[in-house]
Design a protein around this ligand. Structure first.
Ligand SMILES: Cc1ncc(COP(=O)(O)O)c(C=O)c1O
Length: 397
């Protein structure tokens, strides 16, 4: 059966980071390379979004944004019907991206030199946001068990001190694709309450659930946890809208809200008409699109698991329950890691993210973006079969 997502859309020369900076960053030409790195999709968003953009282009004026009521209604409705999260309009502030939002939260709620706890390996911008704000990165390395990541609760208390002020939580987790259970989230949040650590919950991947797991919004765990939690979400990963630079910061605690809004104001944060309307259209009309996208990505995952593990003896795909960012471990491949990377990037011309950039525990991994047409995954596997053929012969000998 064909899908709208099978369509190969030429993204070259469209100011796409993924395509138009692949050559400068990886030395891989977009003419024959496969961009499976930065986290955006090679899919068009729901039609309602592009219809809105066409209407806006026709009208032609792009001034400052006003009247955010329809946007907030759309966010509130989405959170309620998809995540059973009751949000009041005044809890929401629009920020120009989740990373920008949590970086400002770090500024608002900690001092230089304070510790920020993360579970590593984790989305590389976490470490950057902490270090670039002159805070101390406290990495609690995730434990791998039965092909999935788990938090290491046994060692947590030894890792924090009275200057650890913030937990920067990635839920669901990128990379690794874990959807944390309510029990795991409750345990970590209660630990934070005990140690007076504020919880910043990056839930940008919350809608991209591939296997029927249930994403639990951190703030819904209890009243006490909600009081100490700042939630960031966006339609950008869900519907491929990253270029609109629009995300929601949701806080029920008025004191925390007032404190962070001072920083937002100081930084001149404001929403944009296109970003807000794109989000509104996607949330109001994107349910069916999202179901299809998740099914499509899940099928790409099956393809990659089967094809890549057969192509490269020893390689192990960490099955993701969420995201479209496939984490693959090369620890048991009988080649130096640099050689594996060179074969994948230089010979096969597949651009992927390097695991060490995700922090402790990522050193033997690469991350493959599977939000692409199935034919791209098939082509990647074919190329990997070619460049690792010698390894298969050696292993089978
Ligand atoms: C966990 C996580 N947070 C945030 C982002 C980026 O969000 P934004 O573009 O809104 O800054 C990404 C992008 O991959 C991500 O994986």
């Amino acid at each position: 059966m064909t899908s709208i997502f099978d369509q190969k859309i030429d993204r070259r020369n469209t100011h796409s980071l993924k395509w138009d900076e692949m050559e400068s960053r990886y030395g891989i030409s977009p003419d024959d390379g496969l961009p499976m790195w930065v986290a955006d999709m090679d899919f068009r968003p729901p039609q309602a979004v592009n219809d809105m953009v066409a209407r806006a282009a026709e009208h032609g004026i792009n001034g400052y944004y006003g009247n955010d009521a329809p946007y907030k209604e759309a966010v509130i409705s989405w959170m309620k019907r998809r995540h059973q999260f009751d949000v009041s309009p005044d809890w929401i502030t629009t920020v120009p991206g989740v990373v920008a939002g949590y970086s400002m939260a770090i500024q608002a709620f900690s001092e230089e030199g304070d510790g920020v706890l993360v579970f590593s390996p984790v989305y590389h911008a976490f470490g950057r946001a902490v270090r670039d704000n002159n805070r101390r990165l406290v990495e609690s390395q995730l434990i791998e068990r039965d092909g999935a990541y788990y938090m290491d609760f046994d060692n947590l208390a030894d890792q924090v001190d009275e200057r650890t002020k913030i937990l920067l939580l990635c839920s669901p987790h990128n990379p690794g694709g874990r959807v944390w259970t309510a029990e795991e989230l409750t345990r970590i949040c209660e630990f934070c309450l005990e140690h007076n650590i504020l919880i910043i919950s990056d839930e940008i991947h919350h809608d991209l659930i591939l296997d029927g797991s249930k994403h639990v919004v951190t703030s819904t765990l209890s009243e006490a946890i909600a009081e100490r939690t700042i939630t960031f979400t966006s339609a950008s990963k869900t519907f491929n809208l990253a270029g609109f630079a629009t995300a929601a910061c949701i806080i029920s605690n008025k004191e925390l809200r007032d404190q962070i809004r001072k920083v937002f104001t100081a930084c001149g944060v404001h929403a944009t008409p296109l970003g807000s309307q794109a989000t509104t259209e996607a949330y109001n009309h994107g349910d069916e699109w999202l179901t299809e996208a998740c099914d499509y990505i899940a099928a790409n995952q099956e393809l990659l698991i089967e094809g890549l593990e057969a192509a490269i003896p020893g390689a192990k795909v960490m099955r993701m329950a969420s995201t479209y960012l496939q984490w693959v471990d090369f620890k048991n491949v009988d080649l130096p890691f640099d050689e594996i990377v060179a074969r994948i990037q230089k010979q096969a011309k597949v651009a992927v993210n390097i695991g060490s950039t995700f922090g402790k525990g990522g050193e033997t991994f690469l991350r493959f973006n599977l939000a692409c047409p199935k034919s791209t995954v098939e082509e990647a596997i074919k190329r990997l079969e070619d460049v690792f053929a010698d390894l298969r012969i050696q292993t089978n000998a």
